[in-house]
Design a protein around this ligand. Structure first.
Ligand SMILES: Cc1cc2nc3c(=O)[nH]c(=O)nc-3n(C[C@H](O)[C@H](O)[C@H](O)COP(=O)(O)OP(=O)(O)OC[C@H]3O[C@@H](n4cnc5c(N)ncnc54)[C@H](O)[C@@H]3O)c2cc1C
Ligand code: FES
Ligand code: FES
Length: 1345
């Protein structure tokens, strides 16, 4: 145990202010310190793992070698506070403020519409700010790299990038500009109906308005720290915490001494590995040794033979060092350095690369390590030091496997790493395949090196290592030995592949799954290496006319495509919308691209989210205890140990509920029985969140397993386990129709679920009042009235005592409709029992585990059609995985069935749907509400018909599309004119037919890369299929100074509803928006609201606001008439004098939606949004990687209230949809435990996933009579258009399969991950791999769709 002597003072600076901490706890992270101790809440928590960038801040230090100040971005959630000794930290608050001065980065991200919910924005600002501190005019590539580690779930990234591009030297918008291909270059003869340039705008912000960047205005590095760095403290600093002691020696000698004294103590550098094992694996280290102040660990030395890099250098520094060396040395000497550089570009994010050290990376020996495989084959040596002296060990397989013979001794440290130069006739390559190109851990990676006998193709030395295929980096040593002396030819290739598969064997149950994919990559990578080396040999052999040169097989041009990787490309694009009528008064903001009301506050971190509310008096924290069993009887709950822990106040169980405990089938807190892993059983209340979390580990629950346990749709069908009766719609006579068709195809479609991954996890703060059992609840929800009602019934107190407040929500996407009521009620229960305010903030892991998401779907179709592609009969049956309670599953099934026909008129139809009851967390509402999953079945069916008819899918789509005024399957009349216009416009603006030909041309020329293109139409119905949901209210007060306070029933989720509401109020009251304000949504001002969902929030609340404003204006009319030249303020003053009420409630009694399921008829939806999207992709058949070349979207927004917001919704939804259909994959264990509980395992799109060209157009001159100012709700519809990327990928896969003579009709599975793509492009390598009999092992994960 550490000696309990006095701690040293920790000194560092935050935003130019000195911080002295006398009793610092080494377990505290910078994020927690900023938020709790300094109350700087601009820096956000969203994952706590370094994987999302929400907590990005800038750290500045003086480099002891170059003596320059280094600024680097870091993720504060992984930075131990003690590591900051002598550093200067800048947070978003230190960059600028709306109260003082905005920084150009903040101004531009807001004005470019780069913020929606704003939760990711401070992190984005800090990444961009740090970049600009280092490079005031960065390149676009640098910008992309800087933002690669920052996730945004709302915007689709395009506007964020656009704001950053305004700082770039070479920024010129569309890369096609001036080539004649750019839409802006199109001449007068442009026949597209987007037509006349005069009323079509392509600018969403005015660049000229932006204040210039002035680097001289930035905070300087604190002179005190400069002095400290010049005369560094040599003394050992020690910081004692409650459980952990941090020791930071000032000299190398002291470090070695300390390591000898505490051999078990780890060295802590970036903490990116150590921190993760301490958190997730419960590793505990009472002493941590920090070598951060030891310059010897940062020494870099160059020799004629190689390069020695200090183990303390960060991976970002290593990248710079290698890049410099590559520029200095001849190519043949830098093979290893270039291979390392390749992986350093995609390894983690820039923030992690800034923090992680080379030594920490090597010593961690993660099986996925991107550098160790290359260092191993590159013959790197580790220079070790201890008090005993120094020694060298090779970074060999023995070291990588952690064998004592090749490992460090406990008292040794890694001082530096020596990486030798490569030589002539030596070739080295690095390979890596992950779920996404950037910011994703690799599935498999490899380092490969071959040395030939000079002037020949005879293998003299060969090294191959793989990562991701075992518990450690694996060397294929045996295979390599066997291949020595062989010629580099096809025979060698075949033998090598067989040997590699034999040696690098992976059991079917291997952790991480994807076993067959990984096996395939083992040989695919080697094949790529084989071709690369062959190419290089050919180059070398020309000046070396060796006798056996005929041995070099020619690589056909068609095969060369195997060699190219997909480079990261900076996305470009154009957004087009119709400008407002030139006669519209300037003051009237409707239809203009007005910035999000909170945009600037998002960018400065001053926008307050639920957990940013300062700690209230006597506040306690809550943590939830969840079930570890999928279906079990609770035998006992032992709370005793937990209750004894320091700080623990109470544990709340179902017994404490005075009212109702949820419903019979959906309990708030489990009683007797649990139905899924992640079900909430009880909740710990403690003084701090750390204490509460520690206590939940000590609660002992015993279970008895119950039968049946069902996870998959297949099993649910087998057990007849359903949540509700079947929903069915039918028209025509499918039986007869099937008899008359030319062909029939049947198929299956599997669509995986989706996690909402809102950046702000679920959180709530309940403040009980001393009087009358009143409660104030601050909650991140889309439905405060539901929270209020649930708390009321749980606590058995009337609704009128409970007030729910929603200032803003950091993303909802449907995930904050139902669940916040559960968290609100449990927290309220805690408040009632303890009498204290309760704060409950879910960890990302818990949020993902507990809350459920989009329903996975399994669909079967049978389609009958004529040879010309006309579909005559379609029978679709869908099953969704509802999880363990009903939640919204019945409604989702109904919506799914109602929307399945999408844009197609098919006379004979039968649609059936059922929601399965399984032992998974209950799935719930998610943007699109069943439509994105269901319609994928319909569109897959169209693709299958096309394949059978030998026609392109777009022809089948066109042939079967609604054309004239018609009725849907449920007999609702509609006019598809805008659908057809969107479709034609999309074909036109994307030059679809030309590009289809180019794709075919490309595919003929390339065997290993294939392109695919797809265009998808969409008819999306908005609204709830229930009349009572089509109502809204608003309350508008005018104060005596003329300022106006607007409140309405909608919640600000980032979708800009408050901005739109003020645009409406501004038009109605004829006053500038600056007079208007919205402070929050509250159940006290507008009662009985409905959830902000189903794309109709702005429609219905807009009407209510309009109504309230019209009432007020009517009251003011006589006064205005009397004094028409008067000012607004004068009229208001007069009204007050005349006792005219300046407050009005507006109400909207909306659409009478109904649906008769017996008859299969109804008018469930007020209107449809139409759209079309065309996407083109290129796939790498050998690895399954893909790049998105281009997407064009045309959407019918009618008269957009705010084109910037609407385009933002379309882009954001599209990218979210693209994630659903391509990378977002939830993995469950065979015991029903969700593995994917954070950004490492669950990949939402990053900035580098945005299509290289991304164009969005709003269809002009479109009208709808039903909504406010003829606008349309666009919150959800864009989601489905993401499927155009999916169908482009399957188009490319189909091309590969056709060429390889494999059946084109393959089972459609979403997401189309690289794994799926690779395995679908079957070839000699997929045939070669061993396949396991599924009956012989228990797989690591199961498929629940
Ligand atoms: C979000 C995220 C994404 C990532 N993505 C990738 C990726 O794509 N590819 C990849 O390969 N890796 C990835 N990583 C892993 C990352 O590369 C490693 O965590 C990192 O390199 C470890 O360095 P560190 O300085 O943070 O080590 P620390 O966590 O500080 O230390 C790790 C271990 O190394 C030991 N150690 C450190 N230095 C020395 C020394 N000089 N002598 C002896 N022992 C020492 C410590 O005792 C400790 O046990 C990712 C990590 C995160 C958090
Ligand atoms: S909260 Fe720190 S990276 Fe996600
Ligand atoms: S604006 Fe980026 S997460 Fe919401």
């Amino acid at each position: 145990m550490p000696c309990p002597s006095r701690s040293d003072e920790l000194v560092f600076f935050v935003n130019g202010r000195k911080v002295i901490e006398r009793n610092v706890d080494p377990e505290v992270t910078l994020l927690s310190f900023l938020r709790k101790n300094l109350r700087l809440t601009g820096t956000k928590y969203a994952c706590g793992r370094g994987g999302c960038g929400a907590c990005t801040v800038m750290v500045s230090k003086r480099d002891p070698t170059s003596r320059e100040i280094r600024h680097f971005s870091v993720t504060a959630c992984l930075v131990p506070i003690c590591s900051l000794y002598g550093a200067a930290v800048t947070t978003v608050e230190g960059v600028g403020s709306i109260k003082t001065r905005l920084h150009p980065v903040q101004e531009r991200i807001a004005k470019s519409h780069g913020t929606q919910c704003g939760f990711c924005t401070p992190g984005m600002v800090m990444s961009m700010y740090t970049l600009l501190r280092n490079y005031p005019q960065p390149s676009e590539e640098q910008l992309l790299e800087a933002l690669g580690g920052n996730l945004c779930r709302c915007t689709g990234y395009r506007p964020i990038l656009a704001s950053g591009q305004t700082f770039c030297l070479e920024s010129n918008g569309c890369q096609q500009k001036g080539t004649g291909k750019c839409c802006l270059d199109l001449g007068e003869n442009d026949s597209s109906s987007l037509g006349r340039k005069s009323d079509i705008c392509t600018e969403l912000f005015v660049k000229e308005e932006f204040q210039p960047l002035d680097p001289t205005q930035e905070l300087i590095f604190p002179p005190e720290l400069l002095r400290l760095a010049e005369n560094p403290e040599k003394r050992t600093l020690t910081f004692h915490g409650e459980r952990v002691t941090w020791i930071s020696p000032g000299t190398f000698k002291d470090l070695l001494e300390l390591k000898a004294k505490h051999p078990e103590a780890p060295l802590i550098l970036g903490n990116t590995s150590l921190g993760a094992t301490m958190r997730s694996k419960g590793h505990f280290h009472p002493i941590l040794l920090s070598p951060a102040r030891i310059p010897e660990l940062n020494v870099v030395s160059k020799t004629n033979d190689g390069l020695t890099i200090g183990a303390g250098c960060s991976l970002a520094q290593v990248k710079d060092i290698l890049a410099e060396r590559v520029s200095e040395l001849p190519e043949e000497k830098t093979q290893t350095y270039r291979a390392l550089l390749k992986h350093l570009k995609s390894l983690a994010s820039q923030q992690i690369r800034h923090m992680a050290s080379l030594g920490g990376h090597i010593i961690s020996r993660h099986s996925y390590s991107d550098l160790n495989p290359i260092l191993a084959v590159g013959n790197a040596t580790l220079n070790l030091t201890s008090e005993e002296g120094t020694r060298q060990i090779p970074l060999s397989e023995h070291f990588l496997a952690g064998l004592a013979s090749g490992d460090l001794k406990p008292e040794e440290i890694l001082e530096s790493v020596y990486i030798p130069h490569s030589q002539k006739w030596e070739f080295m390559s690095a390979f890596r395949q992950a779920q996404c190109q950037q910011n994703a851990l690799p599935d498999v990676n490899a380092g490969m090196r071959v040395l030939f006998k000079e002037g020949t193709d005879i293998i003299e030395d060969l090294g191959i290592t793989y990562g991701g295929v075992g518990a450690a980096t694996v060397s294929a040593h045996e295979s390599c030995q066997q291949l020595l002396g062989r010629h580099w030819d096809e025979l060698m290739l075949d033998e090598a592949c067989r040997r590699l598969l034999d040696e690098v064997s992976l059991p079917g149950w291997a952790p991480g799954g994807r076993v067959e994919f990984k096996r395939t990559l083992v040989v695919s990578f080697f094949f790529k290496f084989y071709l690369q080396v062959l190419q290089e040999l050919k180059k070398l052999i020309k000046p070396f006319p060796v006798p056996n040169s005929r041995r070099y097989p020619e690589i056909s041009d068609r095969f060369l495509s195997a060699l190219e990787d997909f480079p990261g490309t900076v996305p470009q694009g154009v957004q087009r919308y119709q400008s407002v009528d030139s006669r519209q008064p300037l003051q009237d903001p409707v239809g203009r691209p007005v910035m999000h009301l909170s945009g600037l506050k998002h960018a400065t971190g001053e926008a307050e989210f639920c957990d940013d509310i300062p700690v209230v008096d006597k506040e306690l924290c809550m943590a939830l205890v969840t079930s570890t069993r999928a279906h079990a009887k609770i035998l006992s709950i032992d709370l005793s140990e937990a209750l004894e822990l320091p700080g623990v106040v109470d544990v709340i169980t179902a017994k404490d509920i005075p009212g109702t405990n949820g419903t019979k089938d959906d309990k708030l807190l489990a009683v007797d029985e649990v139905l899924c892993v992640g079900q909430i059983i009880c909740a710990v209340v403690a003084e701090t969140d750390v204490q509460a979390k520690r206590a939940i580990e000590k609660i002992k629950i015993t279970y008895e397993e119950l039968e049946p346990i069902i996870f998959t749709i297949e099993d649910a069908i087998k057990h007849n386990s359903f949540l509700c009766p079947e929903k069915k719609l039918e028209q025509g006579n499918i039986k007869e129709a099937f008899e008359k068709v030319d062909q029939i195809v049947e198929g299956e479609v599997h669509v995986g679920g989706q996690e909402h991954f809102y950046m702000e996890t679920q959180r709530v703060l309940v403040i009980p009042k001393t009087e009358d059992k009143e409660l104030n609840i601050y909650v991140s929800t889309q439905d405060p009235a539901h929270v209020q009602k649930t708390v009321s019934s749980t606590l058995n107190i009337p609704i009128n005592r409970i007030t729910c407040h929603v200032k803003r929500v950091g993303g909802g996407f449907g995930g904050k409709i139902g669940r916040p009521a559960v968290f609100g009620a449990i927290a309220a229960l805690g408040a009632l029992k303890t009498g204290h305010p309760i704060r409950l903030v879910l960890d990302r892991e818990d949020d993902m585990l507990i809350t459920g998401g989009r329903h996975p779907l399994f669909g079967k179709y049978k389609v009958g059609f004529m040879n010309n592609g006309r579909i005559k009969a379609l029978d679709i049956e869908c099953f969704i995985n509802g999880g363990c309670t009903l939640d919204d599953s019945e409604l989702v099934t109904e919506f799914l069935i109602l929307k399945l026909e999408n844009a197609y008129k098919i006379r004979n139809l039968r649609f059936r749907g059922r929601a399965c009851l399984t032992n998974l967390p209950s799935n719930t509402a998610f943007r699109g509400f069943g439509f994105p999953q269901g319609t994928l079945v319909t569109e897959s069916c169209i693709t299958a018909v096309a394949a059978k008819c030998g026609l392109p899918p777009e022809k089948i789509r066109e042939k079967n599309m609604y054309r004239t005024v018609d009725k849907t399957i449920y007999k609702q009349a509609f006019n598809p004119e805008s659908l057809i216009r969107c479709w034609n416009e999309c074909l036109d603006t994307s030059s679809f037919h030309n590009r289809r030909m180019q794709v075919e041309e490309f595919n003929k020329k390339n065997y290993w890369k294939k392109r695919g293109i797809a265009v998808i139409p969409m008819k999306f119905s908005v609204g709830f299929a229930s009349t009572s949901y089509h109502q809204a209210a608003a309350l508008v007060h005018i104060y005596t100074d003329g300022s106006v306070l607007v409140t309405h029933g909608g919640n600000e989720l980032g979708q800009g509803i408050h901005t739109k509401m003020l645009q409406v109020a501004s038009r109605e009251l004829k006053i500038p928006m600056s007079y208007l304000h919205i402070c929050e949504t509250s159940t006290a001002t507008v009662p009985n609201t409905i959830a902000t969902a189903a794309s109709i929030g702005a429609d219905i609340n807009g009407r209510a606001v309009q109504n309230a404003c019209q009432i007020l204006l009517k009251r003011l009319e006589p006064i205005i008439k009397k004094n028409p030249e008067g000012t607004w303020e004068e009229w208001i003053e007069a009204a007050f004098e005349q006792r005219i009420s300046l407050s009005a409630t507006g109400y909207f009694r909306g659409y009478k939606a109904f649906m008769d399921w017996e008859k299969g008829e109804g008018d469930p939806f007020p209107y449809y949004v139409y759209g079309a999207a065309c996407s083109e992709v290129e796939i790498d058949c050998l690895t399954g990687a893909y790049k998105k070349i281009r997407t064009d979207i045309v959407m019918d927004a009618c008269c957009s209230l705010n084109p910037a917001i609407d385009i933002g919704q379309i882009e954001g939804a599209f990218i979210q949809g693209m994630g659903l259909y391509t990378t977002e994959e939830l993995k469950y264990s065979p015991e029903g435990v969700l593995y994917s509980r954070g950004p490492d395992e669950y990949k939402i799109p990053t900035i580098s996933d945005v299509p290289e060209e991304f164009n969005v157009s709003l269809l002009p001159s479109s009208q709808t009579p039903l909504t406010i100012y003829s606008s349309k709700g666009l919150g959800e519809s864009g989601m489905f258009l993401g499927s155009s990327v999916f169908f482009a990928i399957t188009d490319a896969v189909a091309a590969a399969r056709k060429e390889r003579d494999i059946a084109e009709d393959f089972t459609v599975k979403s997401p189309a991950t690289p794994e799926w793509v690779r395995m679908a492009c079957a070839d000699r390598f997929t045939e070669m791999i061993p396949r396991d009999d599924p009956k012989t092992f228990k797989p690591w994960s199961i498929t629940v769709a």
